[in-house]
Ligand binder design. Structure first.
Ligand code: FES
Length: 106
């Protein structure tokens, strides 16, 4: 199991246990993390699963694919650390990952 912490804009933290091979979005939805809407269910066509990767983790998580980058154009307040959480696969080396939930989706 991989520990992933989601931080809401108001600072509330949600510590979750993520299954290897699932996605970060699925982990958030399964744990009822507020602010991760995931309208398209992980097909990379809605941009409502937008998160900011914590500065300490951007290198390990890596950047978005071209398709994800195109979709991120539709997200709210996109930053360098923006990712669509349905496109981040859970893997053991991400144990301890911290992600920040944006104020709004889409
Ligand atoms: Fe729709 Fe991620 S869930 S783009």
């Amino acid at each position: 199991m991989t520990k992933i912490t989601f931080v809401e804009p108001n600072g509330t933290q949600h510590e979750t246990e993520a299954e290897t091979g699932s996605t970060v979005m699925e982990t958030a939805v399964r744990n009822g993390v507020p602010g991760i809407v995931a309208e398209c269910g992980g097909a990379c066509t809605c941009a409502t699963c937008h998160v900011y990767v914590d500065d300490a983790w951007t290198e390990k998580v890596g950047g978005p694919s071209v398709m994800e980058e195109d979709m991120l154009d539709f997200a709210f307040d996109v930053r360098d650390s923006s990712r669509l959480s349905c496109q981040i696969k859970v893997r053991e080396e991400l144990d301890g990952l911290v992600l920040h939930v944006p104020e709004n989706q889409g």
